[in-house]
Ligand binder design. Sequence first.
Ligand code: PTJ
Length: 251
Amino acid sequence: GTEIPEDHPRYASLLTRHRIEAGVEKGITSKQGLIAQGRGEAFDYLLGERTLPSADDAARAAAATLLSAERPVFSVNGNVAALVPAETVELAEVVDADLEVNLFNRTEERMEAIATHLREHGASEVKGLTGDGEIPGLEHARGTVDADGIGAADVVVVPLEDGDRAEALAAAGKTEIVIDLNPGSRSPRTAAIPIIDNVLRAVPNVTAHARELADASPAERRAIVEEFDPDAALATAERAIREGSFAADEE
Ligand code: PTJ
């Protein structure tokens, strides 16, 4: 594979591009996924390619929510599978969540390829291929889920989710944790917990918080979730972008 020296100033960004390209070559990531990646990269650059303290608070609230959930599900698309397969499997294990492949552009081939890819990265069970459930308010292909997966979930992690689907999931009564680099996007604005961060940093960060909160009492977890203010987190990220936190890059 392509070797990128770790001291390269754009190491993380180049590594990300390489993983997305490899994902397309493996039949995991859609071509639209390349475009989505480009948009994400622009926002990440403006955020200074770092986890804002408010995004870290969101990750902590997400961990507390997942640990307290009855039936948490992590929804995996072609970008997430390419970028953070092992990290996703690990988070699901730590919070005891199901993994479900759920695609914006659903094809059997990509569903299978992603499920296989997740198994290669340690997943024991991957949902999504049954497709016997439906999220109301969406056209068939976009609303298809597993009845015993996202269909029955109380909490769903939906990284890089489309706005219509994020709204339909919320309307179906799901507590949504959205990971998205664009604080102006409809999906994080719909989420109970928007994490404005790169999935590359956010997924392992939620796992780290979950490990730390594993022995916390239900009351402690509830307090963490109640203290988290989604609107403030979105506003803080937007301000960081407007004020140009990328100056550090030019040093
Ligand atoms: O694999 P599929 O068929 O489910 O398709 C997945 C994509 C992502 C292609 C599909 O859901 C899509 O078209 O998404 P959008 O509407 O382009 O939205 C993607 C959002 O994710 C944008 O707001 C990007 O800023 C953001 N984004 C892109 N890369 C990352 C990201 N957010 C966090 N981490 C990233 N690495």
